[in-house]
Design a protein around this ligand. Structure first.
Ligand code: NI
Length: 171
């Protein structure tokens, strides 16, 4: 396994549409293994193949819903159903030190293939649903900064939380 370089906003590769994965071969497995190592090292919640310069429809999402975190590999993912709405802060390994408030569905059901080409469905809510949407957006060349309502620095985000907590204490 190897750590791959993560492209940053401004790189045209991040704005392109990724192509369907058709060959579930060793090359794909090496890509997924490298993405996993890169994701763990960078402590993100997800990583899409175009972020490491490979324009193929493959993403990793950290599922935080269980007792133990696990990384789900989704090849050729499609959102089948979504429900509800959540609004919250989102960041991206390709847009370091920037946060944005993004509206996402509260629940999504996704159909995808695993690294061997087997089709499966998975459901998620909350942060994990947000991560699914964010990573799948990468496959069409969309970054959260393209769709967010407000862009903030890490300091501004902290400030917003501090104010929210202060409001809650006052009530
Ligand atoms: Ni991202």
């Amino acid at each position: 396994m190897a750590i791959r370089n993560i492209l940053k906003k401004g790189d045209s590769g991040l704005e392109k549409k990724s192509r369907e994965v058709k060959d579930f071969n060793q090359r794909l497995h090496t890509l997924l293994d490298d993405m996993r190592e890169t994701l763990i090292e960078s402590r993100g919640l997800g990583l899409a193949a175009p972020q490491v310069g490979v324009l193929r429809r493959a993403v990793l999402v950290v599922d935080t819903s269980g007792e133990e975190e696990k990384i789900i590999e989704l090849i050729n993912p499609v959102i089948l159903e979504s429900d509800g709405e959540q609004e919250g802060p989102e960041g991206c390994l390709s847009v370091p030190n920037v946060w944005g408030i993004v509206k996402r569905p509260l629940y999504v059901k996704v159909c995808a293939q695993d690294r061997f080409g087997n089709t499966f469905e998975t459901e998620s809510e909350g942060i994990t649903a947000r991560a699914f949407c964010h990573e799948i957006d990468h496959l069409s060349g969309t970054l959260f900064v393209d769709i967010c309502e407000k862009i903030m620095s890490a300091e501004e985000l902290e400030q917003m939380y501090a104010e929210t907590e202060a409001d809650e204490t006052e009530q």
